[in-house]
Design a protein around this ligand. Structure first.
Ligand code: SF4
Ligand code: SF4
Ligand code: FES
Length: 289
């Protein structure tokens, strides 16, 4: 499914990006070149610590000579490529992708930038009908343990969690897509409850989920009682003390309590991924009530 992405080399390739000639390392993707040129590009299924799976198509650009729009997150640049990221065709396509997703999936807890792209591209999910009635992903929240919650009503099937649980990080393969078409969904083997599945509770799937479908139980509970307040949260970096690997932890605190733990995706040790101890083993550090 995914197109391979080669590692950037020292050899430079010249391309034309929105009418400007630029040089970028051979093996870079179009998305890398856009970042280098400070061009904001929406992405949903891409993450810097995962292999591109090419499923959302929100990152598409126009490449001269190519009949179809091209996913920038996975297509390597080629010498002389002429790329447009801001044409009417590109903007219409991005608007439609975001509109269709937002009309079928609850996105009110999605990453802020997704909501900003919906506004920027002028997507109007209500055009598809009363969105509260037509959500195709309607289903109950799965709360099966004290660590994290799966709320697939918010899932856009970007596959990031599957990649993080599989080849790209955890190699546990506890979750995968099941079903086809409208029935497609993320599931454990035979849809067993998470504690009975192969899941080892590393939380790497939570770390990459862009829509709030997978969240810490703390975040879920605080959102439900309206006390989740990201603007009043601090992030403190520290090193995990559980073993000698040296993983960087980002402790997100609100009212002097840890509410969730992440790791920087550009960190050379973790690449954003942790184990159960680093991700969830912080109760002993909480103030006693
Ligand atoms: S917590 Fe880890 S093992 Fe469990 S489903 Fe998520 S990525 Fe896979
Ligand atoms: S649960 Fe999150 S990460 Fe997994 S496919 Fe759905 S939106 Fe993507
Ligand atoms: S971000 Fe490129 S296809 Fe999803």
């Amino acid at each position: 499914m995914s197109e391979t992405t080669e590692k950037p080399s020292e050899t430079l390739v010249e391309i034309t990006l929105n009418d400007k000639k630029i040089s970028a390392p051979e093996g870079s993707t179009i998305l890398d070149a856009c970042k280098q040129a400070d061009i904001d590009t929406p992405t949903l299924c891409w993450a810097e610590n995962l292999t591109p799976v090419n499923v959302c198509r929100v990152c598409v650009v126009e490449v001269e000579g190519s009949r179809a729009l091209v996913p920038s997150c996975s297509r390597p640049i080629e010498e002389g490529m002429v790329i447009s990221t801001d044409s009417e065709r590109v903007n219409t396509s991005r608007r439609m992708v975001l509109e269709l997703l937002a009309s079928s999936v609850e996105l009110d807890r999605a990453d802020k930038e997704i909501l900003e792209w919906i506004t920027y591209y002028g997507s109007n999910p209500d055009r598809m009908g009363n969105s509260s009635e037509i959500k195709t992903s309607k289903q109950p929240v799965k709360i099966q343990d004290d660590l994290y919650v799966r709320d697939y009503e918010r899932c856009i099937l970007c596959y990031k969690c599957v990649e993080a649980c599989g080849d790209d990080a955890q190699h546990t393969f506890a979750i995968a897509t099941a079903g086809r078409g409208f029935e497609a969904h993320i599931s454990t083997e035979f849809d067993v409850e998470l504690p009975d599945s192969a899941c080892v509770y590393c939380g790497n799937c939570i770390g990459v989920c862009p829509t709030g479908a997978l969240v810490f139980k703390t975040e879920h509970d605080m959102r439900e009682d309206n006390s989740w307040d990201p603007d009043n949260q601090e992030v403190t970096e520290t090193i995990c003390g559980f073993c000698g690997v040296g993983c960087n932890l980002e402790l997100h605190t609100q009212d002097e309590k840890i509410v969730k733990v992440t790791s920087p995706s550009d960190h050379s040790v973790t690449e954003g991924h942790l184990c159960i101890k680093g991700r969830f083993g912080w109760q002993h550090a909480q103030p006693k009530n």
